[in-house]
Design a protein around this ligand. Structure first.
Ligand SMILES: Cc1cc2nc3c(=O)[nH]c(=O)nc-3n(C[C@H](O)[C@H](O)[C@H](O)COP(=O)(O)OP(=O)(O)OC[C@H]3O[C@@H](n4cnc5c(N)ncnc54)[C@H](O)[C@@H]3O)c2cc1C
Ligand SMILES: NC(=O)C1=CN([C@@H]2O[C@H](COP(=O)(O)OP(=O)(O)OC[C@H]3O[C@@H](n4cnc5c(N)ncnc54)[C@H](OP(=O)(O)O)[C@@H]3O)[C@@H](O)[C@H]2O)C=CC1
Ligand SMILES: C=C(O[C@H]1[C@H](O)[C@@H](CO)O[C@H](OP(=O)(O)OP(=O)(O)OC[C@H]2O[C@@H](n3ccc(=O)[nH]c3=O)[C@H](O)[C@@H]2O)[C@@H]1NC(C)=O)C(=O)O
Length: 330
C-alpha cells in the first residue's frame, strides 16, 4: 500500500487535479472490519468532521475505538491498495469539495485519560479533546496545560501539529507519543525523535498514527489558581480571535519576526471575501466560513491573501492549515 504523502499532509495538491473520484458512482455501503465490530462506511460527508464545516465525501471512512480496530483499518486499506488519510478533530484541515479517495481514519473515538498522581504525568488517547484535558488538569490543580484551552484539536492532532498558544506548546510537555505504523508496528517516541519546531513535527507528512500521548504536568497547585489562569487565557483568546464562525484558527504560520495577522491587515485584506469565505475582521489571520462556503472559496482566498502579501511585503506566508484533496487550479 502507498499512503499518499499528499493526502496525509496536504502538500502539493496540484498532483491530484483532474483525477476523478472513485466515490462518484458508489452507493453508501457498510462493511464490518474482519475480527471487529467496527464499520467502514462509504461515501461519508466530511464537512461535519472539520471545523471549517466544508469538504466532500470520504470514499471510505472508519472511526476505530480501540487499537485492534486501528490495526484492522490499516490492514483493510493495505489489502485494497487504498491511500489513507488520518483525521483528528479536523480543526486544522481544509478538505476539497470533491472529498478524499481511499480510507479516512477518524481518530476521535479513541478515548481514555489517566492522571498518574505519583509521576504527575497524564496519558490520553489520540481522540481526547485537548480542551477537555486542559480543564481536567486545571480542576485537579495540575499546571502545564493552561495555554491549551480554546484549541479545538484532539490530543493526536495536536501532537502532530505541535499546537501551542500563550508561549506554551506540545513540545514543552510531551513525554512520549505512541505511534502505529501501517504495517502494525508500534513505537514509543520521545520529543527528540519528533523534530519539533514552531507548529511543525516530523509526524506531519508521515504515515504513522499517534494512538496516545503522555504529558508531564505539575500537580499540587491550588485548583482555583490553575482554573483562573486557564479561564484568563480563554478570555484573552475570545477577545482577539473570532469564535463565532467556522474556521481553522490561524491560516498561516507567523513568518518570524513578523505576525501574519498584522501583515494581512496592513495589506488591507480584512473583510475581503470570496464566495462564502472571508478574512475575519477581528483577526486577519483567520478565514471564516460565513455560511455556505465551499472549500474552493477558502482555497482561492488563501491563495489570494498569499499573493497580495507577497506583492506588498515580498514575504511568503506558509499555510499552517493542511490542505487535502483536489482543488481547481489557481
Ligand atoms: C477556533 C480555532 C482556534 C485554534 N487555535 C489554535 C491555537 O491557538 N494554537 C494552535 O496551535 N492551533 C490552533 N488551532 C488549530 C488546531 O486546533 C490545532 O492545529 C490542533 O492541534 C489540530 O488538531 P486536530 O485534532 O484538529 O488535527 P486535524 O486538523 O484533524 O489534523 C491535523 C494534521 O494532523 C494529522 N493527524 C490528526 N490526528 C492524527 C493522529 N492521531 N495521528 C497522526 N496524524 C494525525 C492530520 O492528518 C493532519 O495532517 C485552532 C483552530 C481553531 C478552529
Ligand atoms: N470557530 C470554530 O471553527 C470552532 C471553534 N471552536 C471553539 O473552540 C473551543 C474549543 O472547542 P472544543 O475542542 O470543541 O472544546 P469544548 O469547548 O467543546 O470543550 C470540550 C470538553 O472540555 C470540557 N470543558 C470545556 N469547558 C470546560 C469548563 N469550563 N470547565 C470544565 N470542563 C470544560 C468538557 O468536557 P466534559 O463534557 O467531559 O465535561 C467539554 O466537553 C471552543 O471555544 C469552541 O467554541 C470549536 C470548534 C470549531
Ligand atoms: C490560533 C492559532 O494560534 C495563535 C495563538 O492562539 C495566539 C495566542 O497565543 O498566538 C498566535 O496568534 P498571533 O500571532 O496572531 O497572536 P495575536 O496576539 O492575536 O497577534 C499578534 C500581533 O498581530 C497583530 N494583529 C493581529 C491580528 C490582526 O488582524 N491585526 C494585527 O495587527 C496583533 O495586534 C499583535 O500585535 C498563534 N498563531 C500563530 C500563527 O502562531 C493557531 O495556530 O491556529
Amino acid at each position: 500500500m502507498t499512503v499518499s504523502k499528499d493526502l496525509v499532509n496536504g502538500l502539493n495538491v496540484a498532483r491530484f487535479q483532474g483525477q476523478r473520484h472513485k466515490t462518484d458512482n458508489l452507493k453508501t455501503e457498510k462493511i464490518c472490519l474482519p475480527g471487529t465490530e467496527c464499520l467502514v462506511k462509504s461515501h461519508v460527508s466530511l464537512a461535519s468532521f472539520t471545523s471549517f464545516r466544508v469538504g466532500g465525501p470520504a470514499e471510505w471512512l472508519v472511526a476505530p475505538k480501540h487499537l485492534n480496530e486501528l490495526e484492522a483499518s490499516f490492514e483493510w486499506a493495505i489489502n485494497r491498495d487504498l491511500p489513507i488519510t488520518l483525521l483528528g478533530a479536523g480543526s486544522n484541515l481544509l478538505i476539497s469539495d470533491r472529498g478524499l479517495s481511499g480510507l479516512v481514519i477518524c481518530t476521535r473515538h479513541l478515548r481514555y485519560t489517566y492522571f498518574d498522581q505519583e509521576t504527575g504525568q497524564v496519558t490520553a488517547a489520540a481522540g481526547e479533546p485537548l480542551v477537555r484535558l486542559a480543564w481536567r488538569a486545571a480542576e485537579l490543580g495540575w499546571s502545564g496545560l493552561e495555554w491549551a484551552v480554546g484549541i479545538p484539536g484532539s490530543v493526536g492532532g495536536s501532537v502532530v501539529m505541535n499546537a501551542g498558544a500563550h508561549t506554551g506548546c506540545m513540545a514543552d510537555i510531551l513525554v512520549n507519543a505512541h505511534v502505529l505504523s501501517p504495517n502494525g508496528s508500534l513505537e514509543i517516541l520521545t520529543p527528540e525523535k519528533l523534530g519539533y519546531n514552531y507548529r511543525t513535527s516530523l509526524l506531519q507528512g508521515d504515515k504513522r498514527l499517534v494512538t496516545q500521548a503522555t504529558f508531564q504536568l505539575k500537580p499540587g497547585a491550588d485548583p482555583a489558581k490553575v482554573i483562573a489562569t486557564t479561564a484568563q487565557h480563554l478570555k484573552q483568546r475570545h477577545s482577539t480571535q473570532p469564535y463565532n464562525k467556522p474556521s481553522c484558527g490561524s491560516v498561516f504560520r507567523n513568518p518570524n519576526p513578523h505576525k501574519a495577522g498584522w501583515l494581512i491587515e496592513q495589506t488591507g485584506l480584512k473583510g475581503y471575501r470570496i464566495g462564502g469565505a472571508t478574512v475575519a475582521e477581528r483577526h486577519a489571520n483567520f478565514i471564516l466560513n460565513c455560511g455556505g462556503a465551499k472549500a474552493n472559496d477558502i482555497f482561492q482566498l488563501i491563495h489570494y491573501v498569499q499573493h497580495q502579501v507577497e506583492r506588498h511585503w515580498s514575504l511568503s506566508l506558509q499555510p499552517e492549515v493542511k490542505i487535502l484533496g483536489e482543488f481547481q487550479p489557481i
